[in-house]
Design a protein around this ligand. Structure first.
Ligand code: ACO
Length: 443
């Protein structure tokens, strides 16, 4: 690993006081655990044993479901760290495979490690030729997320018997295969929907150049990779690589905790990501801009948004976790301007509309008072549109990037000492015990 010891993170855990929980006259002393940074957690594992009760937290919003050293978020401060490194430093200076290596192995690679990792990903980017056959089974108008989810799941049929998740080398191989093959499947899902021939990975390109080439090369034209656009693509991948214990990552961990095939685990993560509440907001930004149509309609639209009765929201603004600013949005705002300038899109009505909408919203007291700022989705949708990527592919690209986070979190979970199957409890509100009655005794 490249970093010297002085740059290694301090992961020593601080000692913390315990918490006392009382129910009537019964009391339980529960340990409070501290991480390196961030809020402490009350370790409630003895709650049922000591007090005979469980905790209740639907949606797990207040529950730390695991211990992790991969990603740290402080929503109030707008902080996102991967293995301790701020997201803006990574997005502006590193490549996506470098960030993938960091997330997987905990340290930035040195030059040799990076080179080996890249070569290895290139080797694994090809798909088994039989996987081509799967595509023909999909309707030609199938959503690319359906194709991605189904085909990644199908990889488990190609890589099953040889997989031993208790073996670190086997886990590593699965992780690298997934990071390398998911982009190929994603690009082929697009090609299939377009009725165009599949484009094979090209080792001469960087990770993001190769992805764009697999998306846009055609047999009758030579695709020239624009470095500004490839860099924008790379940044979008970096910014979506991991976001700690979100719904899809928690899904991957839960499925993985059963010992399931890693390719099946990632297919489950893709299914979770597909939901509009998770991966679909950047699509909604473009739909909103199309609905607004032109500059003159912005004030009326903003009034509609501010009227709570209308139920209309300014898509791409606000975030559940980031309450001051989304650190990813700042980077993509800059990237967006680079792309607009490179492609000379300043006069495109959609881009003009987006810039004006943002300007009005960030100066409006309604948004300022509620701490509503543009989030990562406001810009990512616009950039992807400028790159020529159709909206149906937006969540697919998110999945390409997030595969890195999923496999890193999956590996960490499997490697945890005493790892056991995820099994939440419930508050039962159905009928109490009653006896079966035959039809003749039912009303
Ligand atoms: N437009 C207008 N008003 C908003 C918006 C918005 N986008 N977001 C929040 N508000 C208002 C709410 O109406 C509420 O107002 P009130 O205090 O008068 O009742 C106040 O701001 C607080 O809103 P909450 O719903 O409590 O904020 P929450 O944290 O629950 O919601 C969310 C976060 C869901 C992201 C929300 O901001 C939203 O719907 N944004 C638009 C959709 C979007 O861009 N989602 C992508 C998020 S980024 C990502 O997931 C990768």
């Amino acid at each position: 690993m490249a970093d010297n010891d002085t740059n290694r993170p301090d992961t020593t855990q601080k000692m913390s006081p315990s918490a006392t929980i009382s129910i009537g006259t019964r009391q339980a002393e529960l340990p409070v655990r501290s991480g390196t940074i961030g809020p402490d957690v009350v370790d409630i594992r003895k709650l049922a044993q000591d007090l005979g009760v469980y905790s209740f937290d639907p949606g797990y919003g207040e529950t730390a479901s695991c211990q992790s050293s991969i990603t740290y978020i402080d929503g109030d401060e707008g902080v996102l760290l991967h293995r301790g490194y701020p997201i803006d430093q990574l997005a502006m200076n590193a490549s996506f495979p470098e960030v993938a290596y960091l997330l997987l192995y905990g340290e930035l690679p040195n030059a040799q490690e990076y080179c080996d990792f890249r070569e290895n990903l290139k080797e694994h980017a090809l798909l088994h030729e039989q996987i081509r056959n799967f595509f023909n089974g999909f309707r030609r108008d199938a959503h690319p997320m359906a194709i991605l989810c189904g085909t990644v799941g199908a990889l488990s049929a190609f890589y099953h018997d040889g997989i031993d998740i208790s073996n670190p080398a086997s886990r590593d191989l699965s992780a690298r295969r997934l990071i390398a093959k998911v982009p190929t499947i994603a690009a082929w899902a697009y090609k299939y929907s377009q009725g165009e021939p599949f484009v094979y990975p090209n080792d001469d390109y960087s990770f993001s150049e190769n992805f764009l080439a697999m998306m846009f090369s055609r047999p009758n034209t030579r695709y020239r990779v624009n470095p500004v656009l490839a860099r924008a693509m790379d940044r979008i991948f970096i910014l979506h690589a991991d976001h700690e214990q979100n719904a899809s990552t928690s899904t991957v961990r839960l499925v993985g905790s059963t010992g399931a095939n890693p390719f099946a685990c990632i297919a489950a993560g893709i299914a979770a990501l597909w939901g509009p509440a998770h991966g679909g907001a950047n699509e909604a930004v473009l739909a909103m801009l199309e609905q607004i149509g032109k500059r003159e309609n912005i004030p009326a639209f903003i009034e509609q948004v501010k009227n709570r009765e209308s139920g209309v929201r300014l898509m791409g603004f606000g975030h559940r976790v980031y309450k001051n600013f989304d650190p990813r949005a700042k980077i993509l705002q800059q990237t967006y301007h680079e792309v607009v300038s490179e492609l000379k899109l300043a006069h495109d009505p959609m881009f003009d509309l987006a810039i004006e909408l943002e300007r009005i919203a960030v100066e409006d007291p309604y948004f300022i008072q509620r701490k509503l700022y543009p989030n990562v989705d406001f810009y990512s949708g616009l950039i992807l549109r400028a790159l020529g990527i159709p909206t149906s592919m937006f969540t697919v690209l998110f999945a390409v990037a997030r595969t890195v986070g999923w496999v890193s979190q999956w590996r960490e979970m499997i490697e945890e000492p005493g790892q056991r199957i995820g099994r939440p409890r419930q508050l039962y509100t159905g009928a109490a015990r009653r006896d079966f009655r035959p039809f003749s005794n039912r009303n």
